[in-house]
Design a protein around this ligand. Structure first.
Ligand SMILES: [Zn+2]
Length: 345
């Protein structure tokens, strides 16, 4: 519990002190900060984003204030190995702000932004801005020696809220005449994030304490697990994104048996025959529907959103581990804010 509070406090402190556009702190990797030097005048702000959950958070803060949002990483692709297409250079040239996750997730996209975006363009790495490097998590799929921390901060609702807060601040500085719109939209979004967080905490309480165990193929729940006090037993996908070795698989089988892990989770973006084999050998239920960065439904649907994605994944995990997800199922997904982002397909 202490650790959870520690992270949250760090987020709040950095969110206020270091992450606003007036903060002036660098991200430790040089160059990319969320600092705005001057507002955009005489036309709408042009925004580029990367993965769909981040695009959705940005879109919900922006609403129909005017700015155009282009999400670069197609839904349902591996964002960890994504290389932007040549056509993305032109998109970057026109960008006033590029909202990325950071924590070394989108280096090729960041390089493209550095070499193509204008001198005044804001390169804002949201995750890097809210979480001090000392709090970055390294694990099996994201080992320290590989230099890439686990980047999935956005599966932790308070961290997603901190992302949205920075988006609000950056947009208000770039486009001061719409600052009150961004503030109001952020308020709607923050309310939904908080409701999801509360519902997930209640749903967690219905899972037997010794069954709050997570074994996923793709390692996207490290910060989520810290926040809700779940245990990540392991992740199956190696840092190379290849299939695990027979030794990795037999180690996992042993752990699943030892800890009596009720269910193991695969995902649509990373289908793996190995999971099925592990399920069959251990008797653990194999659930293969986690969506990673792929928002449910189609652009324009109420659940085609960050919160729709989280709710789907959270319900899937809670129910498979023997919990009751009613609080999550009853959440209202509709928002008064229209999502105008262009999502890549
Ligand atoms: Zn991922």
């Amino acid at each position: 519990m202490r650790r959870i509070l520690g992270i949250f406090c760090a987020v709040s402190a950095i969110g206020v002190v270091g992450c606003t556009s007036n903060g002036g702190e660098t991200d430790g990797l040089g160059e990319a900060t969320c600092d705005v030097t001057a507002p955009v005048e005489g036309r709408d702000v042009r925004i580029v984003t990367t993965v769909a959950p981040i695009t959705s958070l940005v879109a919900q803060v922006v609403g129909d204030a005017g700015p155009v949002i282009v999400g670069l990483v197609p839904e349902g692709t591996n964002s960890h190995t994504f290389e932007p297409p040549p056509s993305a250079a032109a998109v970057m040239e026109g960008a006033d702000v590029v909202f990325m996750n950071g924590l070394v997730l989108e280096e090729p996209t960041k390089d493209l932004a550095r070499s193509n975006a204008g001198a005044d363009a804001v390169l804002c790495e949201l995750g890097t801005a809210i979480l001090p490097e000392g709090e970055w998590i390294y694990d099996f799929s994201f080992p320290k020696e590989g230099g890439k921390p686990n980047p999935h901060l956005w599966t932790n609702p308070p961290m997603a809220r901190a992302y949205a807060e920075i988006v609000r601040d950056v947009m208000s500085d770039l486009d001061p005449s719409n600052a009150s719109v961004y503030e109001r939209n952020f308020g709607f979004l923050a309310e939904q994030i908080d409701a999801l967080d509360t519902a997930m905490a209640s749903a967690t309480a219905t899972i037997p304490a010794d069954a709050r165990l997570l074994l996923t193929y793709h390692d996207a729940y490290a910060y989520f697990a810290v926040h809700y006090d779940w245990t990540v037993v392991g992740a199956i996908q190696p840092s190379s994104f290849d299939e695990p070795t027979p030794k990795d698989v037999s180690d996992l089988i042993e752990q699943i048996r030892e800890r009596r892990v009720p269910a193991i989770f695969g995902s649509e973006v990373f289908p793996s025959p190995v999971l099925e084999q592990i399920g069959a050998e251990t008797g653990s239920r194999y659930i293969d529907v986690l969506r990673d960065d792929d928002l449910p439904g189609e652009s324009g649907d109420a659940d085609h959103s960050w919160q729709g994605l989280m709710r789907f994944n959270f319900i899937t995990m809670v129910e498979a581990l023997g919990g009751d997800a009613t609080t999550l199922r009853e959440l209202k997904m509709s928002s008064p804010v229209v999502d105008r982002a262009e999502y890549s397909r």
